[in-house]
Design a protein. Sequence first.
Length: 55
Amino acid sequence: MGEGGTALPWHVIRQEANGNRYRVAACATRAEAQKVVESLGSRDEQHYWVERQSA
């Protein structure tokens, strides 16, 4: 849940070269999460993508 109890089901995930994964953002919509991915881009050995949180 985000501020005020808003559900944030879309997560931006970062994976590093060593395979470690981290959630770096939670968003209300897929479009919002995709904008975050585009702003981060792929840097060095890090990759970003969007996943929906399972219920």
